[in-house]
Design a protein around this ligand. Structure first.
Ligand SMILES: NC(=O)c1ccc[n+]([C@@H]2O[C@H](COP(=O)([O-])OP(=O)(O)OC[C@H]3O[C@@H](n4cnc5c(N)ncnc54)[C@H](OP(=O)(O)O)[C@@H]3O)[C@@H](O)[C@H]2O)c1
Length: 336
């Protein structure tokens, strides 16, 4: 155990794209755990798109981070000292409230124990964590996958998208991905078993490119990004098509409200449905989701990749890189 805790504070709210200087690395004393708490040492820190929303001075489904506060984030961490029943030094847990820091004293009640036998512990932040669960419930519950249908996923080479497309494939659907580089597209079709994938940066007309690989239309569209990719997908929806709005990363750094083609009339003749969802609403079913995802990972049906940046001092850089597409699979910071 070190005697000081390096942590990233929010220095100012980003205007548009975040910058490293929006954050400040400071050293603080390591807190002592209170009754019912454990002291945790960070092993892996997650950087996620939702963090951009927390940096805005506006309440959404969660309050913003205060200026001068430790930046929010989940981590996989090791118990250093326990004052809580059921957890002992050496146990590995996932903490959704850890923050961008090396050590934290947290309530044991909010922790999930991670099984190092099942898979590398870092997966508790990706395929076997919140992103994997988002893909699972978004695909099965919101998109209502049916065998033999066509499912399209945007942001397909990211943490959520790469899992979502494979879940479609596992359920007997034609899985089509949209991602931002040839390397990502090759990974999706080569290793993950997507039936087709498109590089949206070089495809030209997205409607034409998607139509070519979805000849009978799109039955389920799992949307991580919004913008022109989503405009194209909506135009190609099949009868009774379903759209799950998981995220809209293409506008997270926008400084002005976006207006685009007004496409809602496309839903009428197709009797299609668009629905937003939040993973937290599925809290009561996390166990079911994790069991399924864990089984598929164990059997090799569900593959994953991680892009790991080394060192807590590089956390803002990792966050910004993820927003710009620098990751394949889940973006993580290795801390311990
Ligand atoms: N609803 C929920 O409960 C929930 C839960 C978790 C995550 N989410 C959402 O799910 C989405 C994916 O999250 P994640 O953690 O899996 O992140 P991720 O996909 O691993 O990383 C973000 C990716 O977004 C892509 N991207 C960035 N700008 C883009 C643009 N303008 N157009 C198209 N793609 C762009 C980049 O890949 P490219 O190289 O392909 O551009 C980048 O790698 C986000 O929108 C997030 O907010 C929602």
């Amino acid at each position: 155990v070190s005697d000081s805790n390096r942590r990233w504070l929010v220095r100012r709210r980003p205007e548009g794209w975040p910058e490293v200087d929006d954050f400040e690395l400071v050293e603080a004393p390591i807190e002592a755990p209170g009754e019912g708490q454990v002291l945790l040492r960070n092993l892996y820190l997650s950087v996620d798109p939702y963090m951009r929303g927390r940096l805005r001075d506006r309440d959404s489904y969660a309050p913003p981070v205060g200026i001068g506060d430790v930046m929010v984030g989940s981590a996989v961490a090791e118990v250093v000292e326990s004052r809580a029943a059921g957890l002992a030094a050496g146990d590995v847990v996932e903490s959704p409230t850890f923050g961008w820091q090396e050590y934290a004293a947290v309530d044991a009640a909010g922790l999930r124990r991670v099984d190092p036998e099942l898979a590398p512990v870092s997966t508790a932040l990706g395929v076997l964590g919140m992103p994997g669960l988002t893909a699972y419930f978004g695909m099965l519950d919101v998109c209502e996958l049916r065998p033999g249908t066509t499912a399209v996923v945007s942001g397909a080479a990211g943490a959520v998208g790469s899992t979502a497309g494979q879940i479609a494939r596992i359920h007997g659907c034609r899985a089509v991905g949209v991602a931002g580089s040839d390397e990502k597209v090759d990974w999706l079709t080569g290793e993950l078993g997507f039936d087709a994938a498109i590089n949206y940066k070089t495809a030209g007309s997205l409607t034409r490119a998607l139509a070519a690989v979805c000849p009978v239309g799109i039955d389920a569209y799992f949307d991580n990004v919004g913008g022109p990719i989503t405009d194209a997908a909506i135009r190609l929806l099949a009868l009774r098509g379903r759209v799950a709005i998981c995220g809209q990363i293409s506008i997270y750094n926008a400084t002005e409200a976006q207006t685009g083609p007004r496409l809602l009339w496309e839903l009428v003749a197709r009797r299609a449905r668009i629905e937003g969802f939040l993973i937290f609403d599925y809290r009561d079913r996390y166990r079911e989701g994790l069991e399924k995802l864990g089984g598929w990972v164990r059997s090799g049906e569900l593959r994953y990749r991680e892009t790991v940046v080394d060192g807590i001092e590089r956390t803002p850089e990792a966050f910004i890189s993820m927003m710009r597409g620098g990751n394949i699979g889940k973006m993580l910071v290795k801390v311990g």
